[in-house]
Write a protein that binds this ligand. Sequence first.
Ligand code: NAD
Length: 355
Amino acid sequence: MKKVLVTGGCGFIGANFIHMVLRRFEDLRLVNLDKLTYAGNLRNLEAVADDPRYRFVKGDICDQALVEELFAEEGIDTVVHFAAESHVDRSIEGPGAFIQANIVGTFTLLEAARKHWLSDPSAPVAPRFLHVSTDEVYGSLGETGYFTEATPYDPRSPYSASKAASDHLASAYFHTYGLPVLITNCSNNYGPFQFPEKLIPLVVHNALRGQALPVYGDGKNVRDWLYVEDHCEAVLAVLAGGKLGETYNIGGNNEKQNIEIVHLICDLLDEKIGLLVEGRTRRSLITFVKDRPGHDRRYAIDAGKIARDLGWQPRVRFEEGMRRTVQWYLDNPEWVEGVVSGEYQAYYHRMYGER
Ligand code: NAD
């Protein structure tokens, strides 16, 4: 039986991953260690809270005593490390939390794994430490080209710099100590349970309420988008077959300008729930706002290695994934209301003013 520690499982991708794993594997024990920051939400896992295979532990990945206790008590043999401060804009406002969670937190987990897997005679057989990271570590591209696993790191925001540092630490633990590390660098995810500070849920949320849709700069920044379940499938593929010490890029072959995404959401909502008052389309809500400092122009991923070596391909087409995502937000108004009260309001007004 696998004994899996998932960190950050109450966040967007972690929650989707836990649902998938508990659906798919009978014989496993899964411990979710999450600090429940503003981005962590226990409601994301309400449906599995009573599953006897699942245990939630509220705690910080920087808490060395707690992390070591979990390794020892649970006999952890697999770590899937999602926990992080994950929002670029917040990292510009306050980088300290990113240094702590993303760098010190990853270091603390790596140390615990080293101690329990490499120097304990009762260590588990064939353990794995999968460190989940982002394509943002590679910096920004021009009009052409793709990030490969060999692209030099060039992080440009405090968020991406802290993720880059954590990737280097994970890689160093493989080379220095032989810790069984795997690293994944993925492009932008979208899907259910995403906190509405990120582009897609923010636009859905505002467009539903007839509020302004803030778009940075000229809206032409390009990102590669991947449906969250495809990312979770890729993480499972790397865990099952990835070569230790290696990095796998994960992407959707799906480059879109931000403004194209905003248009698509507006059109989907107009179609699903009708136009705004006086027959206005939701595109009329679009408001261009001052660009984010150091806003990377284009990210694009070459996911050829994971396709060739592990047979992983994205399955959910973008239009289908966006339909599912918009429908999920329509079907879960209580979830949305629960996360946009309180701190979110203060954050939103700091970022976008009183619109
Ligand atoms: P998220 O912000 O939605 O969730 C992060 C979770 O980590 C939250 O539940 C939070 O409570 C928890 N957490 C934060 N600090 C913690 C700490 N010190 N101790 C314990 N728990 C802590 O993030 P997400 O979008 O689900 O991203 C998950 C991971 O995937 C991150 O490492 C991120 O860098 C990476 N990633 C995200 C994307 C994306 O598009 N969202 C793309 C590529 C990679």
